[in-house]
Ligand binder design. Structure first.
Ligand SMILES: Cc1cc2nc3c(=O)[nH]c(=O)nc-3n(C[C@H](O)[C@H](O)[C@H](O)COP(=O)(O)OP(=O)(O)OC[C@H]3O[C@@H](n4cnc5c(N)ncnc54)[C@H](O)[C@@H]3O)c2cc1C
Length: 407
């Protein structure tokens, strides 16, 4: 299935074709194989996941966003969108690994601070073997939605955050734990970490720091065994009096809400793109199956009620293309130019596209009949992955509440 591409350049068509090849030949089969592995085997040294990450890094898929001055590909937001959607089609979980890997490096770049760029951005964008992997550690065992609501005054709660930062001379000292939901937590070498300053304050009394995850005092939990997105390793991070230099605290409370507004805008828009790829994958699998499976003496595709369901799926995927692309291109452009993103647009894309992916995957399973329940077909995995995406980066109903406060 293709979307109308009359406004793409030849380079963009080639980029998309290359990403589609990689998604078809590498990501889809790897995603299916990894889905069946226990979490420990997924993160083991030289596992299939690491081999795929290395291959993706060699092809440049881990540095789509960085500017060429630091070693990134410097792709336009639209070109980056085309790649993300294709990779999401192949495996939303592995795409999550690749998408989040650059988090710390991109935050360092945005900071404009030469020391942080030297320490975090240059090594990452110069790395071609996938050995540097970042993550965004925000969720805490007792604070999921709370941490994301902190950017809106009406949703900002008074609560004791579970990772605190206190100043000690030229250092910050970090203590506490992040929840098992940190994507890439078990395999990350670096993190963007949200920390709270005043444990008696509000969630918005927080900051953001960048750090390497091999510092003394850092440990990790066992990788999470979960229902969907199993190729995206997740796990806890623990901090016991971890010392980081003062300049690694990129952001203090005063700019926190505004920064998180843009950060969530980028991430929610990214999830919208990945979910669009997943919705397309489920639709295409169902369409192919319906043209092969014979019941009532003819391919089920010829039955009117089957066609009606396929058309519903088709129209959902088409609308995802438009919304996810618009939200991503507009908001990434704004952020790159130092402007304010429209968070409600990104949340609109994330919520709509993940709900659409869930509906399309549900219909795909039903159109496969009994076969849809088996692992012989990928649609049951698509359904589990789509469910996980409705919670990733903020649970949809809560995000809708955040977006509504901005209207
Ligand atoms: C696939 C996946 C990837 C993820 N990746 C990361 C990651 O990279 N880094 C990271 O730190 N975290 C990550 N997360 C965690 C994710 O951001 C949280 O799960 C999400 O924010 C919800 O938090 P919670 O699980 O604590 O649920 P809760 O916040 O406990 O919410 C439970 C329910 O209560 C509702 N609710 C909560 N508060 C309110 C309110 N004020 N008003 C109305 N309803 C409310 C929610 O809508 C939800 O339905 C990931 C999660 C998943 C599933």
């Amino acid at each position: 299935m293709d979307y109308p591409d009359s406004d793409f350049s030849d380079d963009q068509r080639e980029l998309r074709a290359a990403a589609r090849r990689f998604a078809t030949q590498v990501l889809r089969p790897a995603g299916i194989e990894i889905d069946r592995l226990p979490p420990g085997a997924v993160v083991a040294r030289d596992s299939l996941l690491f081999r795929v990450v290395r291959e993706a890094a060699g092809l440049g898929y881990m540095k789509l966003g960085g500017v060429p001055e630091v070693g990134g590909l410097g792709l336009s937001p639209l070109s980056r969108y085309l790649v993300l959607e294709e990779l999401g089609w192949g495996s939303p979980g592995i795409t999550g690994v690749l998408f989040l890997a650059s988090t710390h490096a991109e935050v360092a770049l945005l900071s404009g601070n030469p020391v942080l760029i030297e320490e975090f951005a240059l090594p990452y964008f110069g790395c071609t073997d996938g050995s540097i992997i970042g993550c965004w550690a925000v969720t805490e065992p007792d604070h999921g939605s709370d941490t994301l609501g902190a950017m809106r005054p009406e949703l900002d709660t008074k609560a004791t955050g579970q990772v605190s930062a206190r100043r000690d001379g030229d250092n910050w000292i970090l203590s506490g734990q992040k929840s098992a939901w940190v994507s890439n937590g078990p395999i990350a070498t670096h993190a963007m970490l949200n920390v709270q300053f005043d444990p008696k304050g509000k969630m918005s009394d927080s900051g953001i720091c960048l750090l390497k995850l091999d510092l003394p005092g850092i440990s990790r939990g066992t990788p999470l065994d979960k229902h969907g997105m199993r190729s995206l390793p997740q796990g806890e991070l623990f901090f016991e009096d971890v010392r980081i230099p003062a300049h690694n605290m990129v952001l203090r409370s005063d700019g926190y809400a505004a920064y998180m507004h843009n950060h969530l805008s980028a991430f929610n828009a990214g999830v919208g793109c990945i979910a669009t790829g997943l919705a397309r994958a489920a639709y295409e699998s169902a369409l192919a199956y319906c043209k092969e499976r014979v019941q009532g003496g003819r391919p089920i595709f010829e039955h009117q009620s089957v066609r009606a369901r396929l058309f519903r799926m088709f129209s959902l995927v088409q609308s995802c293309f438009s919304l996810s692309r618009d939200a991503w291109v507009y908001n990434i452009t704004q952020i790159q130019q130092g402007g304010q993103a429209r968070l409600e647009l990104s949340i609109g894309s994330k919520v709509y596209c993940t709900q659409a992916a869930l509906e399309v995957a549900t219909l795909a399973v039903q159109l496969h009949g009994g076969n849809g329940m088996t692992r012989e077909y990928p649609v049951e995995m698509f359904l589990r992955d789509a469910t996980a995406l409705t919670v990733a980066d903020g649970e949809n109903a809560f995000l809708a509440q955040v977006a509504a406060s901005l209207l």
